[in-house]
Design a protein around this ligand. Sequence first.
Ligand SMILES: [Zn+2]
Length: 367
Amino acid sequence: MLKSLLDMLGNRPEQHNSIFLLARWTFVVAFAATLCPAATALRSTHFALYSGGLTAKQAESSLSRLELLRAALIELHGDSWVPSAPVTIFVPASEKQWHRLAGNSAEQGYFRSGSRRHWIVVNPMAPFFDDVLSHEYVHAVLHQALPNLPTWFEEGICEYYSTLELEHKSGKSELLLGRPPTRRLRQLRGVMQIELAALSRARLDVDSYALAWAATYVLWPSWQPGQDFPARIPVGPFPLRRRPSLLSPRTTELHALPAVAVREIEAALAASFPLLALPAADNAEQEFLSGSRLLDSGQPAAALALLESACRQRPSQSTWWLTLAFAYRELGRLSDARQTIERARSTAVNQTERDAAGALANSLGPP
Ligand SMILES: [Zn+2]
């Protein structure tokens, strides 16, 4: 059963940090000696940010920006317009470190999906940093809400919302939409119309991003899934669009991530971005694997200390708690098993993990 549980969950070193809502944000965590001499590691209500290349003030403004964008997209499109897993923002320590990860030199940011954690990686030196960050966040949302869009259209929608703003005047709020991204406008000079067939064949470069934005401005948000696209789209003018909003400008509450959560992010970074060649943050992984092997070969007593230690080091790993609970069950320690299943439940980030915790709880019978 253990093996099938682990197979089902996928034993991936990806993490979730929602249980670490501990310290109020008052200082920058200077940690992460392996990755950068002083990293900024913060979280807001829905995002974690790990950066060697941003000042605390920039990190703060980026997280506020993402919280606003998240709330605005839900207000505009409903509750399904959220990413399918928690999003961690990683800003490399330097442009040089960014180029080790970037696919091409024109790229300023990218989104990478995962089953337990999505990553947004942004060049610390990106001009229009918050626009790039916002663009990548919209990829995270579309990945869940509108998969399978033509690439130009997906990029266009990301550009469209990258400039979203909230205006609050005399007690009333409005969302301002459709502001041309500053970094794209120059490419549109002199362009009268866009051939969509040509755009869908084009390589993504500065010109095609600008065209994708301009075409999307015309089609979005009235376009519906399954609807055909016109052959040609006229370019501009682009008046600002205003939508009444119930959102109010408020300061985002930020928290410093405690050391254990920072280590979890570093371990996930090392696993997700081998190109960074980061040294292992600790031996939690090794202990978990050795413990699982012992458990699998019918030695729960020998496995226990290893699994307990691994879980202490990576307390947001639902799968690991579940494995420890399984060991307690094998040893007849049912009350410990139940408590540990609760840890697995509270750290689960998807339905598979919640179901697995439920299945193990059921196997224990009533308390
Ligand atoms: Zn993009």
